[in-house]
Design a protein around this ligand. Structure first.
Ligand code: COA
Length: 263
């Protein structure tokens, strides 16, 4: 597929998807969503990609939401299909077996904020702004915002953001656990690449197991979550990466993880 609304790059195990419609603050139109899900599928099928970074083109915006201009031509059925398609894409993103980091370089509003809620963690530039402003348009979030935001920052904080539609700056988003780290804009990608580089050096099998155990465990009771952890722990411990990791420690050298389940 030829990408016109995103930029897709991959280098040294790190893929980057850049939402690329800066003239509309990288708003997600249907074409952009098609390209985004296509790129996610490509990444899912590529064993060599070990981390995904999402960011936005320009210095003003990550993604300022779904493309509002497209809403005018929607009827009720089309609106439902659009929301379901958004859910499907965001769920796929969440279920990617590799770590996904959002590098939020400006506005992360509406669908943009919902995309970052499905990422594993978020770094943001000092000028970044976060919000679910759909209420200002007379609608509600449609790509999972009413579900993932309360799970991440708590029910009452999420209700305040969704009921008021207000935007919060990066520092406040950091304070409530929506953002892991805030950096000056010119340092954002360096900081994200630095943490991605650390993650890339780890074992792919254990990264995948850790991500699945955390994500699945968050939606079940503690006992079930701990059982999921035990199963994943056992699979990891007998993998070639675990042999290499423990041998490297005992031989006082850096581990060279292959990330495969079999030798
Ligand atoms: N969909 C479509 N176009 C959008 C958009 C969106 N979600 N967000 C911004 N744009 C467009 C604007 O219409 C404008 O286009 P124009 O130059 O043709 O008029 C361009 O992007 C720049 O936006 P502008 O509003 O002029 O920038 P600003 O700095 O004054 O304001 C925002 C920035 C993000 C506060 C404002 O654009 C905004 O509120 N956007 C909508 C956010 C939203 O409600 N998202 C949820 C959608 S469900």
């Amino acid at each position: 597929m030829e990408y016109r609304n995103i930029i897709f790059q991959a280098e040294k195990g790190i893929a980057t998807i850049t939402f690329n419609r800066p003239e509309v603050l990288n708003a997600l139109n249907e074409a952009c969503l098609e390209e985004f899900v296509h790129a996610i599928d490509v990444i899912d099928g590529n064993e060599d990609i070990r981390v995904l970074i999402l960011t936005g083109a320009g210095e003003k915006s990550f993604v300022a939401g779904a493309d509002i201009k497209e809403f005018l031509k929607f009827n009720v059925l089309k609106a439902k299909t659009f929301s379901e398609k958004g859910h499907h894409i965001v769920q796929k993103l969440q279920e990617l077996p590799i770590p996904v980091i959002a590098a939020v370089n400006g506005f992360a509003l509406g669908g943009g904020c919902e995309v970052i809620l499905a990422c594993d963690f978020v770094y943001a530039s000092e000028n970044a702004m976060f919000g679910l402003p759909e209420i200002n348009l007379g609608i509600i979030p449609g790509f999972g915002g009413t579900q993932r935001l309360p799970r991440l920052i708590g029910k009452n904080r999420a209700k305040e953001m969704i009921f008021t539609g207000k935007m919060i700056p990066a520092a406040e988003a950091h304070g409530i656990g929506l953002v892991n780290k805030v950096c000056p804009q010119e340092q954002l990608m360096d900081e994200v690449l630095k943490v991605a580089g650390i993650i890339v050096s780890k074992g792919k099998v254990s990264l995948r197991a850790a991500k699945q155990a955390i994500n699945t465990g968050m939606d079940v009771d503690l006992e079930t979550g701990c059982r999921i952890e035990s199963d994943s722990f056992a699979i990891c411990l007998t993998s070639p990466d675990a042999m290499e990791g423990t041998k490297a420690f005992l031989e006082k050298r850096e581990a060279r993880f292959k990330g495969t389940l079999t030798e």
